[in-house]
Design a protein around this ligand. Structure first.
Ligand SMILES: *Cc1c(COP(=O)(O)O)cnc(C)c1O
Length: 315
């Protein structure tokens, strides 16, 4: 896959504070396997191939970008794919799942209770009995190999910029992308993650655990911001929706409210607060996730006229 572009923002709301903000457009990496999901999958796929697996199995919610990316990657790279989906079949039919099916993924629905035990030995046994031999990808693709792929993201940013950025920001779900950035960015840079989940004093713990599992140490300082979740995963406020609408109009870059909207909101907030000295260069990672917009149209209908909610087209 080619490198994704690094694009500078020309928003006066940022430049008046004397900071330079660039967006690493990983949303443009591939029409289906976008953003950090490809970064996290790449070395897992190489391992699966080396170990002669022909099936990938993974877990996710009904709107999961990870599930969608694994289904797409399976089709592109020639793996059979199985998605273990949280919830009852039928009740949650949506564009994410219909894409996954169209890409050839076999979906296996698990009630919420059972899904909570997805990492147990008993569940693994059930899955092996049913599906035979498969390469297991954890929920969100968050494992040690994912950090290696996110390391390439860090390297690409430094190479394209031609210097070390003062900070690199990303949205955090599992924390794997942040862990990979912290492990591979130069020590003079700093990695700042914006948690999109509520009540995760554990996000920083997850980052530390992932670094440990990968036998990596953080090279750059890193931090998780936990005040920008807007009520929790996939929750949003009118303020966030207004921000997303303005951001898209001013910068002509598509973002969505679940991940990148919260990350950019935090970035603008930090800039306004003077968290970055004038003259700083900040790179924000656009981690993709635009396919998830399709599942939001109905939810946002009652909240205003957000025409951008319909701008993602399946390919
Ligand atoms: C999955 C996802 C994330 C979260 O990445 P983690 O490595 O799990 O922290 C961020 N942004 C988007 C768009 C995603 O789809």
């Amino acid at each position: 896959m080619n490198q994704s572009p690094l694009q500078e923002l020309r928003d006066p709301e940022l430049s008046r504070y004397g900071v330079r903000v660039l967006v690493k457009r990983d949303d443009l990496l591939h029409p289906q396997i976008s953003g950090n999901k490809w970064r996290k999958l790449k070395y897992n796929l190489m391992m699966a191939r080396r170990q002669r697996f022909d099936t990938l199995l993974t877990f996710g919610g009904a709107y999961s970008n990870h599930l969608h990316a694994v289904a797409a990657v399976g089709r592109v790279c020639g793996f059979d794919t199985i998605g273990v989906v949280r919830g009852a079949p039928g009740v949650e039919e949506n564009p994410t799942l219909s894409d996954a099916r169209r890409f050839g993924m076999k979906l296996f629905f698990v009630e919420r209770e059972a899904y909570r035990c997805k990492d147990s030995a008993a569940m693994l046994e059930v899955l092996h009995e049913r599906f035979g031999r498969f390469f297991l990808l954890p929920e969100g693709g968050a494992n040690a190999l994912a950090l290696t792929g996110c390391g390439e993201l860090a390297q690409e940013i430094v190479d394209q910029l031609g210097e070390t950025p003062d900070a690199v920001m990303c949205a955090c779900g599992t924390g794997a992308t942040l862990a990979g950035l912290a492990a591979h960015l130069p020590a003079r840079s700093e990695a700042v993650g914006v948690s999109v989940l509520k009540g995760e004093s554990s996000m920083a713990e997850d980052v530390r655990r992932l670094l440990r599992e990968a036998a990596l140490a953080a090279k750059s300082p890193w931090q998780v911001l936990s005040d920008y979740h807007f009520g929790g995963y996939a929750k949003c406020s009118d303020e966030l929706l207004a921000f997303v609408t303005r951001f898209r109009a001013v910068n002509e870059i598509p973002i969505e409210p679940v991940y990148t909207g919260k990350m950019f909101f935090a970035l603008y907030d930090l800039v306004r607060q003077g968290r970055f000295a004038p003259g700083s260069t900040i790179v924000a990672v656009h981690t993709g996730g635009l396919q998830g917009l399709r599942g939001m149209a109905r939810k946002l209908e009652s909240r205003g006229n957000f025409d951008w909610v319909n701008d993602y087209r399946s390919v």
